[in-house]
Design a protein around this ligand. Structure first.
Ligand code: CP
Length: 356
């Protein structure tokens, strides 16, 4: 156990300032209380069980996805979520087709998105961007991942997946494995788990060989908080955890192939290792994966990571519902021809075919 003290909130950044009057933004999971999280997870579960009943709850609204960094799951699942709630979607999947090539700022680009849509979902590579810019929008800004510290909706998905499997988050024993100091999903999860009681955290932290500026490398407790137990390799923690949350060992952070392979050996979670441990451990991964989670895990009962990825849709539906919801499902509204119909019957399909 490390002895370093923690001077920042668990996501490593100063706390998000109060939103402008009447505007709420989702920037950091550290801003959410236990009851905020539990309320959201309850709505997500309701949506998962009865998606047809929410099919028109955001009819007449427009969601803009503005991604200044690549994404597969987050963008697609937010857009799927918006469509499944009856909202329309404006999509900025990359910056190539915008005027950012002429030097237009992120602030002005997001400001425009806020003029044209009712809510903006955005991703950016730099820590603190949304804290700085959320005040320029007159509509809610929802982070789709930012820098190396914050990914609030990924954390909601992770907590939803764990709670669905275990029934509770209190008392859970969670192992986090991989390059967690470079992983916003891991750091955001650590912040989210702080809201629950008696959660034990074990980590294997893959540290790169790269030099990061002139200052000292932050110790694990500065990144993960105090009370976290560090282990030399994943095999050492298997007897102590209920969940293994794996993140990439980021090859791009290493200058030397041998150094990367050495860290990978500490963190790799494969079917031979998991079967040998003889325990029912739920393996999660925010994806995309690298060599730390080989495909031979996919067909095993330890695989909860695809279910976790699929849960992105109902959880993000619940997020959009929270920030935009105008119609309760009992008064769902939809245009049929030129008529606005209230209390329409839930769609008979496609609930049976959904993966959630
Ligand atoms: N988990 C996650 O954020 O995936 P994407 O980068 O594909 O959105």
């Amino acid at each position: 156990m490390s002895t370093c003290s923690r001077s920042l909130p668990l996501d490593g950044l100063p706390r998000h300032s109060a939103p402008r009057a009447g505007i709420q933004n989702l920037v950091s999971i550290a801003d959410w209380s236990r009851s905020d999280i539990e309320g959201l997870l309850a709505v997500a579960d309701d949506i998962r069980c009865h998606p047809g009943e929410f099919a028109y709850s955001l009819a007449g609204t427009l969601v803009c996805t503005a991604f200044f960094e690549p994404s597969t799951r987050t963008r697609l699942s937010f857009e799927a979520a918006a469509h499944r709630l009856g909202a329309k979607v404006l999509c900025m999947g990359d910056t190539q087709s915008t005027r950012m090539g002429l030097g237009e700022s992120v602030a002005d680009t997001l400001r425009m998105a806020g003029y044209y849509a009712d809510l903006v979902v955005a991703r950016h590579a730099s820590d603190g961007t949304f804290e700085r810019l959320s005040g320029v929008l007159d509509v809610p800004l929802v982070s789709a991942g930012e820098g190396q510290c914050r990914h609030p909706t990924q954390t909601l998905i992770d907590l939803f997946t764990m709670r669905r499997h275990f029934g509770t988050l209190d008392g859970l024993r969670v192992g986090i494995v991989g390059g967690l100091r470079y992983s916003r999903a891991a750091k955001s999860l650590l912040a989210g788990l702080r809201a629950f009681r008696d959660v034990c955290i074990h980590v294997v932290d893959a540290v790169s060989d790269a030099c990061h500026g002139s200052g000292p490398r932050p110790c694990l407790a500065q990144i993960a908080g105090t009370g976290v137990q560090e282990h030399a390799c994943v095999a050492d923690m298997l007897g102590l955890v209920d969940v293994l949350y794996v993140v990439r060992v980021q090859r791009e952070q290493f200058q030397d192939a041998a150094a990367y392979q050495a860290q990978l050996r500490r963190c790799r979670v494969d079917s031979r290792l998991m079967r040998a441990c003889g325990k029912d451990i739920a393996v999660l991964h925010c994806l995309p994966r690298g060599e730390e989670l080989p495909e031979d895990m996919d067909g095993t009962p330890f695989n909860h990571y695809f279910r976790q990825a699929a849960a992105g849709v109902p959880v993000r539906m619940a997020v959009l519902q929270r920030y935009l919801g105008r119609f309760r499902r009992s008064t769902a509204a939809a245009w049929v021809g030129d008529r606005l119909c209230l209390d329409i019957a839930p769609a008979a399909t496609p609930e049976a075919s959904l993966a959630w």
